[in-house]
Write a protein that binds this ligand. Structure first.
Ligand SMILES: [Zn+2]
Length: 378
């Protein structure tokens, strides 16, 4: 089989039917490095899953029999833009767009034109489109240490926002001839949002020092709000004393056991909840679910063994997890798996996938700088 044969075999409907019948699974595609595996799985449901519109679904499949996956992905992108109240339904338009032929770029343009024409006829189109407003991105750092977000709002509002920034940008360019228009607009946006100080935050940074349980100490027990360590000389020492003994620095000192995870955090009087959050956030940096980029500061405290299953609110039974993954976690270990569950393992919290495959870590590079990343790579 040469490359052309292989690509010809990858007709969208062939692949989606196999995914739908589970002759091929998303896990297998993931393992082969298929970037769009999740998307394909969703498409398999659209084209082969349960629906009230059986006839239209079948008509779409027949119309799309020659199309590549890329073409179908482009068609679905435009279908999502169709406003409710248009003269055709999404299911009807899908059949029409699946009948398009040509290169993917040609199908892309033709589908965009059809959807725009249909949306123009929708009464109250502007207020319906308003639901699409969004601020996206801003979570991933590129090779230059920069981040990007995009804002979607009605065209008039975006134009008004930009014209509001233009006088500031012009003043900045007048003062610094080396500034490009894009740079000046970015500076103007930043100063408008952050105020005249231009400071990113008024909160001073408090360093969180990661300290491994030293070889000569073993966690013995909790005593009040402190941890008691047994020393190899047969004596005991509290966590506060241990930190004073080992460290002569300021900020938050978190003690982590490379196997057990967070142990305790030291710094004057703070609530246990605050301590737990600080320890767990530093432990993981990001939500521990593979692929998730939500920072721990925006996460919730998650009980690894659910509270209603008898899980305790102690540090070993907790992890940070984003709102989505906290909600989706399969809390009942005996119920049929749906989204998988988080469990604590030696070295950190791992995600057990619903298909029973091996547990996986979130391998986002920034997690090398998490407390457990630092300890395990030390
Ligand atoms: Zn997450």
């Amino acid at each position: 089989m040469n490359t052309l044969d292989a690509l010809a075999a990858l007709r969208a409907m062939t692949v989606l039917e196999e995914l739908s019948s589970r002759a091929v699974t998303r896990a297998q595609l993931d393992a082969l490095g298929v970037r769009d595996a999740l998307l394909w799985e969703k498409l398999a449901f659209t084209y082969y899953g349960a629906t009230r519109y059986k006839k239209l679904q079948q008509a779409a499949r027949e119309a799309a029999s020659e199309l590549s996956l890329d073409a179908v992905i482009v068609i679905e992108k435009h279908l999502r833009s169709l406003l409710r109240g248009a003269s055709v339904t999404v299911e009807e338009l899908r059949v029409q767009l699946c009948g398009l032929r040509g290169t993917v770029a040609e199908i892309d343009r033709a589908a965009a034109t059809q959807v725009r024409d249909l949306n123009r006829t929708v009464k109250d189109a502007a207020s319906k489109a308003y639901g699409k407003r969004a601020l996206r991105g801003g979570k991933n750092t590129d090779g230059h240490g920069m981040r990007t977000f995009t804002v979607t709002r009605p065209e008039r509002e975006i134009a008004a926002m930009l014209s509001h920034l233009t006088p500031t940008a012009s003043a900045l360019r007048a003062a610094d001839k080396g500034l490009s228009h894009e740079q000046a607009m970015a500076d103007a946006l930043y100063s408008h949002i952050m105020g005249s100080t231009g400071e990113a935050t008024n909160q001073p940074l408090a360093p969180h020092v990661v300290m491994a349980v030293p070889d000569y100490a073993k966690v013995l027990r909790r005593e009040g709000d402190d941890t008691v360590f047994g020393l190899t000389d047969g004596t005991t020492i509290t966590g506060a004393e241990l930190v004073a003994h080992e460290m002569a620095t300021h900020g938050f000192v978190g003690i982590y056991d490379p196997v057990e995870g967070p142990v305790d955090l030291y710094r004057n009087q703070r609530s246990a909840t605050f301590k737990q959050r600080m320890l767990l956030a530093a432990e993981t940096i990001l939500c521990p679910v593979p692929g998730c980029t939500t920072a721990a500061d925006f996460c919730q405290v998650h009980h690894l063994e659910a509270w209603k299953e008898g899980g305790e609110t102690n540090i070993k039974n907790m992890s940070m997890a984003c709102k989505v993954h906290n909600a989706r976690n399969d809390d009942d270990p005996d119920a049929p798996p749906r989204h998988g569950r988080l469990e604590r393992h030696p070295g950190g919290v791992l995600h057990h996938p619903p298909d029973g495959g091996p547990p996986r870590a979130n391998i986002h590079p920034i997690r090398k700088l998490s407390a457990m990343g630092l300890l395990n790579n030390a």
